[in-house]
Design a protein. Structure first.
Length: 906
């Protein structure tokens, strides 16, 4: 721990600086830094974040003892800086603000107290000295209110309850028949203070503290306390900010934007936070203080003329009215504006990033109160990084590191109109399984979805959970909502693959398939009613919410090109159709890392042939059915090979348990019986016989291919024939055949033997050859441990981290949703391991597998095709393992490309 616990700043000098975020918090560090680069900032001091931790360790009295001498000395420095007013001197009072400030910005999470130091005597002096009694009493009533709310705990906990002070103000305004706070007279404000103090006495049993030092210590402790309030804890959890960081406390001389019509307060951005346009912009209010601008009490005005004109155009306000009633700061206070404009440029240049700033103008004099890197949308993020690169403000590596990979999602999917979202009614919350915005009419069954879609109806498919049978319904739906299932449930994975909006695992919704209704927060919706899904937040909204198409700007493409310059890993895609392959290629995918063949078996006549194969009593019957499937598979593969001309295509042999393909509804079972000339009982019995207690650990993967070799034979033939066919057309084809779920080398050996024999047969028939590779998924822990042996046969490894996570933890990924959330709350797990790769456990096995595999075969190609292949921290980990590629769903390709480039740059 440092021996210095309080850092002063003011008059363009400072004891701290901008690099001391950890100790001074972001706000404190930047206040110091602004002083150092000559920007006018009211003087003050910062109590370190370490003291927050001390407060929780040794308690209030001990921590006050510890820092009292330093705080008193720092306060003297402030007094020297302002030359005149003294803290606690009622004949010439110095007023201060007490502000929190953690390492990471936590906007609005903790409360600030302004005008501290006022009491009945000081307010009279302030009134006399400023010659503005209204201002003095306005400041006083604000102070009593903030102090009562924040320090004395009178702020209501729930949103429904009203702030006792607001109730009093409301009544006062009502009694006088006025609307705006600014219409309250000095006399009104005086009366308010009396009533406020009475309310304090009534609520707390104590008089409002009059001693400024008592007020100050109370406020400092309240800031420390606020670090552990519910809002702050929740925010930290959502943003993964550790509780150990603590908050600093900034005590700063007040400057007053509420001193009359030559005073103002405002907030501004150095560039447009929503589009990224290089346009200084922001809002201000004359004769106002602190949060007034954002609180929505009065309509704020724009900072620049340009911004003001654009704003007026949107509001249908004429230029004359605009100038008269809502002039920009540039027009209303040109001198202060000119200085502000210069400072904003200076701040942006100095930090080399877009800044979000707070300022106050007191009687014509400008003061800066805060600067920080501004939050921005995905589009703004890309544009700002690219433009700053072109302007020479940042270098290429910095530009790449400025991209938050996940945020690129916003650029790829349709989004809700932000204005529409604000007024939308949230009816339920689920997992943001696949981003995007969807609006449509409720349907409950895949068949209905297709039928409605044919009639050009927009539908949302609502299911308790989805299965492969729902695939076609999902395809035509705008979005998918499920009551069960996690981030890697069937619905989630498939939806992400399709780039389709999906909210999964919305446990609070009640679906009644029979009645065709869904009940959410007490409201029942029928089939055909409109709802909207926000796949980026997990929100389910009532009715239609307007959407707009995502725009992919030129900056986006340029940043992607830059990523390719630095990346060491290729990014492939998981795609099962030529269309998905094309989409992914458009996003920059270099090949297919996983083509799941089973999805090809669900459409129309295919599912019938598939069922016929499954329900056949003997090999001969199966071969008959497989013959029907062969040309269809071959055709699919040809399409995919063509779409991926020049790149590798990894095709995985049949993987899921057969039970997934047979019908579960009586009507369909009857139909099937008729078609196959069987009795209903026979079909039902056959279907039931396929049922497994633990299908995920059952008869699937290469266990199918090894027990029914004719399936592998057919698939190998389809792949090789397709490759030869497209090669004839001049396509550069690189087939890679992947055997799933291998745990024992012999499993792979037998499958490789079938594949090789089949290929030789085809080559002989066609009189032509083609190169192909055989590899395996590493998704069973035993395969990872014995990878050295497996590499004797395998020419490539692809980590199937969904299954590998499932089997390493022993968590069923379809059931884990029930406890994973609790586990994260309890701190047992930091993340959902199906979403963010567990680098220690699962990653440990992967490391072992890469080492083992490459020891046997140094040139072994290694990649990942699980859902983690599109998750940035997991991609970075894959880079450190020295993988050749990651593979992910098409809409995650740009994200993975950036993450891979960032890993290389770091
Ligand atoms: P937050 O972290 O929520 O933004 P701040 O500590 O920045 O909270 O303060 C809230 C508001 O009070 C801001 O508008 C800020 O500019 C204003 N403010 C804070 N300190 C002072 C001060 N010393 N003089 C004038 N205004 C201040
Ligand atoms: Mg602020
Ligand atoms: Mg698998």
């Amino acid at each position: 721990m440092s021996t210095k616990n309080v850092y002063s700043f003011g008059n363009k000098t400072a004891e701290g600086d901008g690099k001391m975020r950890d100790l001074l918090g972001g706000k404190g560090a930047n206040l110091a830094e602004m002083n150092l680069i000559g920007i006018p900032v009211p003087p003050g001091f910062t109590i370190t974040t370490e003291m927050c931790n001390e407060y929780y360790r040794i308690g209030q009295d001990a921590v006050v003892q510890l820092i009292k001498p330093e705080v008193e000395a720092a306060m003297k420095q402030v007094e020297d800086a302002v030359a005149g007013p003294k803290f606690g001197d009622n004949t010439n009072p110095l007023l201060v603000s007490v502000r929190s400030g953690a390492r990471a910005s936590m906007p609005g999470m903790m409360d600030t107290i302004l005008n501290l130091g006022l009491n009945d005597a000081a307010v009279e002096t302030l009134a006399a000295k400023s010659g503005n009694p209204r201002f003095a009493w306005d400041s006083y009533r604000r102070f009593v209110q903030m102090y009562g709310d924040v320090v004395l705990g009178m702020k209501p906990v729930s949103k429904e309850d009203e702030d006792p002070f607001e109730v009093i103000i409301h009544k006062a305004k009502h009694d006088k028949g006025i609307v705006n706070d600014t219409d309250l007279t000095t006399e009104d404000l005086r009366e308010l203070v009396v009533k406020f103090k009475a309310a304090v006495k009534e609520n707390t049993g104590k008089d409002f503290p009059t001693d400024p030092w008592e007020q100050l210590w109370g406020a400092v402790m309240a800031v420390f306390d606020s670090w552990m309030n519910e809002r702050a804890i929740l925010y930290r959890k959502l943003n993964k900010i550790p509780a150990e960081w603590g908050t600093a406390v900034n005590v700063q001389a007040m400057v007053f934007g509420n001193m009359g019509n030559n005073s103002a307060t405002g907030v501004a951005f150095t560039r447009d936070a929503s589009t990224g346009e290089d346009l200084f912009n922001g809002e201000y209010l004359i004769n106002a203080q602190g949060e007034d601008v954002v609180a929505g009490i009065r309509t704020p005005q724009q900072i620049t003329i340009e911004g003001s004109r654009r704003w007026a155009a949107l509001q249908n306000i004429s230029e004359d009215v605009r100038k008269e009633q809502y002039p920009s700061l540039e027009e209303a206070m040109p001198a202060a504006y000119a200085e502000l404009n210069e400072i904003q440029q200076k701040l942006e240049n100095h930090s080399a990033d877009m800044q979000d700033i707070e300022f106050t103008i007191q009687d014509g004099k400008l003061w800066l109160l805060q600067t920080r890197n501004g939050k921005r949308t995905g589009a703004a993020m890309v544009r700002i990084a690219n433009e700053m690169l072109k302007e020479g403000m940042i270098d290429e590596k910095t530009a790449l590191l400025r991209i938050e990979p996940q945020k690129l999602d916003e650029l790829l999917h349709p989004i809700f109109d932000p204005k529409a979202v604000k007024s939308a009614k949230v009816m339920a919350k689920g997992l943001p399984a696949s981003p995007g915005a969807a609006t449509g009419r409720i349907v409950f069954f895949a068949d209905d979805a297709e039928e409605w879609a044919e009639k050009r109806e927009k539908v949302i498919l609502v299911r308790i959970e989805t299965s492969p049978e729902d695939l076609r319904g999902m395809h035509v739906a705008q979005g998918i909502l499920t009551a069960r299932g996690g981030m890697t449930s069937h619905a989630a994975v498939v939806a992400r693959g399709m780039g389709k909006c999906c909210v999964s695992g919305a446990g609070e919704i009640k679906i009644d398939y029979k009645a065709r209704t869904i009940t959410m927060r007490g409201t029942t919706y029928n089939e055909g009613d409109w709802i909207s899904l926000n796949g980026s937040t997990g929100d389910v909204y009532d009715g239609k919410v307007n959407t707009k198409d995502a725009e992919v700007s030129g900056d986006f493409a340029e940043i992607m090109t830059l990523a390719d310059k630095y990346t060491k890993m290729d990014v492939r895609t998981n795609a099962d159709t030529p269309n998905d392959a094309r989409v992914a290629r458009g996003f920059g995918a270099k090949g297919i890392g996983l083509c799941r063949t089973e999805h090809m078996f669900f459409e129309g006549v295919r599912i019938k042939a598939m069922r016929e194969m499954i329900l056949s009593k003997d090999e001969a019957g199966r071969r008959e059915a497989l013959k029907k499937l062969l040309p269809m598979q071959r055709g699919d593969f040809e399409g995919i090979f063509e779409a991926m001309d020049g790149f590798g295509v990894t095709i995985r042999l049949l993987d899921p348990p057969l039970h997934e393909f047979v019908p579960h509804q009586l009507a369909t079972q009857k139909e099937l019986a008729t078609e196959m000339g069987l009795t209903l009982d026979e079909v039902v019995a056959a279907c039931n016989s396929l049922e497994e207690f633990n299908p995920m650990l059952g008869h699937r993967g290469c266990r199918l291919g090894n027990t029914y070799p004719e399936i592998t034979e057919m698939q190998a033939r389809a792949i090789i024939e397709a490759a030869l066919n497209v090669q004839e057309k001049g396509i550069d084809v690189h087939p890679e055949i992947m055997v799933p779920l291998v745990g024992v080398i012999e499993e792979l050996k037998l499958q490789a033997q079938i594949i090789n024999e089949t290929a030789e047969k085809v080559f002989a028939e066609r009189g032509k050859r083609i190169a192909y590779k055989i590899g395996t998924m590493i998704e069973v822990p035993r395969a990872a441990v014995t990878a050295g042996k497996i590499a004797e046969v395998a020419e490539f490894f692809s980590f199937g981290t969904n299954d590998l996570t499932q089997m390493t933890f022993g968590y069923s990924r379809d059931d884990a949703g029930k406890f994973l959330k609790v586990y994260q709350d309890l701190g047992i797990l930091k993340n959902d391991p199906f979403e963010v790769l567990d680098q220690e456990g699962v990653g440990g096995l992967m490391r072992q597998a890469v080492a083992g595999g490459r020891a046997t075969k140094p040139e072994l190609k290694v990649g990942i095709c699980g859902e983690h292949g599109g998750e940035p921290s997991s991609v970075e980990f894959c880079h450190t393992l020295g993988m050749n590629y990651v593979s992910c769903s098409p809409f995650r390709v740009p994200i993975a490309r950036i993450a891979a480039a960032q890993a290389a740059v770091r």
